[in-house]
Design a protein around this ligand. Sequence first.
Ligand code: FES
Length: 289
Amino acid sequence: MSTAAAIAIAIAALVVLGAISFFALARRSDVRGAGALSMETRQRDKAHRAAEHLDDPGRTAADAEAEGVAARSTELVPVSDEPPALVPWVPPDPELIGVSRRQFFNRATVSLMSVGLGAFAAAAFVAFLWPSGTGGFGGSVAVGKLDAIKDGIKQGGGFFYAPEAKSWITEYPAEALPAARTIYPANALVAMEAGIVILSQKCPHLGCRVPECKTSQWFECQCHGSQYNRVGEKKAGPAPRGMDRFPASISASGEVVIDTGTTIPGPSIGVNTTGQEAEGPHCTGGDEH
Ligand code: FES
């Protein structure tokens, strides 16, 4: 998945989360406005009903009508010359004109929490999908300077293991390069032209880790006996091909960086560019093919 696609998905997730929060708050507001009365309103209502004896069980509708007729007067009331009395201003009920302070803070808190959680989820999602630049298997792994690696191969008796890249590195002889150029792809040849070959530790048969055999100077898989020469070309056993490789880049200063996210399939059975035969006893009993 490309970076742009990952960012687009994260933004879409954020928008959906925001929309869900908005509609949830709006619905909550609707439900409250449709049927809920404030405590002050309920208390006023209760006091009014008590004063008017509206809840008196013996009082009928006819009684209420008779009381109303008795209270009405047919006398004309002369219009006063006095100016009308000023009515004191009463602040409007906040619940009638909109959002109370408590509602505002409740909604702000829920909205901020939703946005925060959404942003965190989106950031985690993007971080999960973002390709790791360096440092871990599956990405680009710096394994040191070319000269230091060649020294390591000598000190390791012909084999250098790079655990962070899950790779074996061995020397590739310069005299075998003409043959190699007719077999291997360009991305595998970069390291070989510099005198090393970078092999995946994973056996192409069923995936066991292939160890080196110091006595034969080959790689010999303990699981089912597949054997490969020192540059990973298949010599014996059930494996369907030679050991897989990883491409690498070598900087001007000699820093070797292995691209462990790209696997180059091992060479076909029969490829033997170095002609290296076993140099001593085998570590496993694979049958020669
Ligand atoms: S896994 Fe290596 S030979 Fe089977």
